[in-house]
Write a protein that binds this ligand. Structure first.
Ligand code: NAP
Length: 301
């Protein structure tokens, strides 16, 4: 039996592994895919303290190696269930069962995709899901943002300060995001609203060159942009744990800044938790906080 099983080897889970080992706990990290989580898709991280530039892959590799060197054990298995047996938790994976005193769920969230042809192959070559990560690559260029929630509106505002022109494309004429953000965008001369419209085609040579946008009235427009920022919501990866952790209507685990869930001994860290700021630095911070709470819990068993 392990002291702590951590589900997810993204920045939150890997940081949790480091803190848990430094607290002399035995640790198993379970990861369904590859270590690193969504940060490995970011070509250049410029907003994390210490390194002015580091690729997401290099960042993730360094943190993974740091956790391994401290003695964290890793198994590449997808966790499909957690059973709460009181002082013992059982994490069921596709290949077995692992017992622990405490579990930290750090499974993150996936970007919802547009589902347009070539979307996957153009990630990092024009398609981005993170304006604060990648916006600086589009200085003085034309870009578009898709979505009508606060993420899209804030992305468009952020990009309006960097890019030559920002097209905000939304499938309705009413926004889900805050009116204040809409007002701020309307005041920007370099922002054009393209409403009642969907992106239906991506035109690229090696990089994105333009997008085809279909209006609900049936008219088609091609807009030349070097960058398309997709902000159509996220899908938190909590579905397998809904029996032991309360989720909000969007599927995020309900937990405060202390990372405590409604089940004693089960904690949640990172992007799959209800929170306002989903950044690398807040994910790693959650890893530390969740371990602090888990260690307190274990020491009181
Ligand atoms: P969201 O609020 O769920 O909005 C997603 C938007 O994408 C919606 O406008 C939706 O259109 C559109 N959309 C969904 N699927 C689409 C598709 N296939 N094609 C085109 N458009 C599609 O997501 P979010 O903006 O990421 O925000 C998530 C949560 O975080 C929200 O509660 C938000 O308020 C919060 N947030 C807060 C802050 C802040 O407090 N500063 C910042 C960012 C986010 P419809 O409206 O037509 O459904």
């Amino acid at each position: 039996m392990y002291d702590i099983v951590i589900i997810g080897a993204g920045p939150a889970g890997l940081t949790a592994a480091i803190y848990a080992k430094r607290a002399s706990k035995s640790v198993l990290v379970l990861e369904a895919k590859a270590y690193g989580g969504q940060i490995i898709n970011t070509p250049d991280i410029e907003n994390y303290p210490v390194a002015a530039h580091i690729s997401g892959f290099e960042f993730a590799t360094k943190v993974y190696e740091q956790a391994q060197a401290l003695g964290a054990e890793f198994k590449f298995e997808k966790a499909v269930d957690i059973k709460d047996l009181g002082n013992i938790k059982e994490v069921v994976t596709e290949s077995g069962v692992h017992q622990a005193k405490a579990v930290i769920i750090a499974t993150g969230s996936e970007n919802r995709k547009l589902g347009v042809e070539k979307e996957d192959e153009l990630v990092g070559r024009g398609i981005s899901y993170c304006a604060t990560c990648d916006g600086a690559f589009y200085r003085k260029k034309r870009v578009a943002v898709v979505g009508g929630g606060n993420t899209a509106l804030e992305d468009a505002l952020y990009l309006a300060d960097i890019a030559e022109k920002v097209y905000l494309i939304h499938r309705r004429d009413g926004f889900r995001g805050e009116e204040e953000n809409v007002k701020s965008l309307k005041a920007r001369e370099n922002v054009e609203f393209v409403l009642n419209s969907r992106v239906v085609g991506l035109n690229a040579d090696k990089r994105l060159e333009s997008i085809d946008v279909l209006n609900n009235d049936g008219s088609l427009r091609t807009i030349e942009v070097k960058g398309l920022f997709v902000a159509v919501g996220r899908i938190p990866e909590n579905q397998n744990f809904a029996k032991v952790v309360n989720l909000d209507s969007a599927g995020y685990a309900i937990a405060g800044e202390d990372c405590l869930t409604n089940t004693k001994g089960i904690f949640v860290a990172g992007d799959n938790r209800v929170k306002n700021v989903r950044q690398l630095v807040t994910a790693t911070a959650d890893g530390a906080v969740a371990v602090n709470e888990a260690v307190k819990y274990i020491n009181n068993l």
